[in-house]
Design a protein around this ligand. Structure first.
Ligand code: MG
Length: 307
């Protein structure tokens, strides 16, 4: 049955979506009190979930063992996107300090990248780690355009690129034809890298789509065709499930795209969504960063494990 299922928030736009959710599962609002929620990441070993409240300069922590929320780090240098690497370490994009960092197992902070060719990065936004240890991140200018989510400054690089940092520390541009590169995620087998472009935020004719790149054996990118264009607002952050579907933030909630880029269903959320992340012991729970609130819902799909 297509359409919105009354009282659930689930909207079926294609029969494929009917198998993706549990009919009597409900979206739960876990916490509220943020200004702009982003950067979700799940820590399986600790059974907790971190996310960024960018304007409040803090990283929050939802403890799934008792449902409590506390402050994980403040100040957070206006951190935005997060992920975990294969060793379970936190990788952070920081607007204020215009860098990507790793929090080591002893709590110390290692800078992964803060410059390219001697020029400061703009404001790293979102990040993923490939199984070979390379760290891929986007660098739009949102954190330097105003003081709300960072600190106003000129771009030294003068453009917004996508970068890869190899395990030896070398940094490369992997895509230089984006307006505002934003969320990114690999397909389950890492043969494809999806990257969102949210250029529409500062140009009504700008992009609001996700592009699909093939990942070459030498970790350069090919392809880059538009994979899907957002029908409500824009695609900011997103994650991929084990079957290759994309679960993306959008203005009216979460959009689910199949492997052909078709919008097959939605999870309606009562506020703008900035990012999502799979969590829980079986990675079948989607954590959803609404503007002011953290939501979650159990699904009948499983996310790709980042660890
Ligand atoms: Mg983002």
């Amino acid at each position: 049955m297509f359409g919105e299922i009354e009282g659930t928030g689930f909207e079926v736009l294609d029969a494929e979506f009917e198998g993706c959710f549990v009919g009597h599962a409900r979206v739960e609002r876990l916490w509220t009190g943020a200004r702009w929620s982003e950067g979700p990441v799940w820590f399986a070993a600790g059974q907790y979930f971190l996310w960024s409240d960018i304007p409040n300069n803090r990283i929050l922590r939802f403890d799934d063992t008792d449902g409590s929320v506390s402050t994980f780090r403040q100040p957070s240098n206006n951190s935005n996107g997060h992920t975990v690497d294969r060793q379970g370490r936190l990788i952070s994009c920081e607007h204020l300090t215009r860098r990507v960092t790793r929090t080591e197992l002893n709590g110390s902070i290692t800078v992964i990248a803060d410059t390219y060719d001697g020029k400061r990065l703009n404001s790293p936004n979102d990040v993923v780690v490939k199984s070979d240890g390379s760290i891929w991140f986007t660098d739009p200018s949102y954190g330097i355009l105003m003081d709300y989510e960072g600190e106003r400054a000129d771009s030294e690089i003068g453009a917004c690129h996508v970068y890869r940092v190899d395990p030896n520390g070398a940094i490369q541009i992997v895509a230089d034809d984006y307006v505002k590169p934003n969320g990114l995620a690999f397909s389950p087998d890492e043969s494809v890298l999806y990257i969102a472009d949210t250029g529409i935020t500062h140009d009504p004719d700008g992009p609001k789509h996700i592009r699909r790149h093939t990942v070459n054996p030498d970790n350069t990118l090919g392809g880059g065709d538009v994979f899907a264009t957002c029908t409500e607002g824009l695609f900011d952050g997103f994650r991929v499930d084990l079957d290759g579907r994309i679960w993306s933030s959008a203005a009216d909630g979460v959009h689910c795209l199949n492997t052909e880029g078709k919008l097959i269903g939605k999870i309606h959320i009562p506020e703008l969504v900035g990012n999502v992340c799979f969590g829980g012991a079986k990675l079948n729970r989607l954590f959803i960063c609404g503007t002011t609130s953290l939501y979650s819902v159990f699904l009948n799909v499983n996310g790709v494990s980042p660890v």
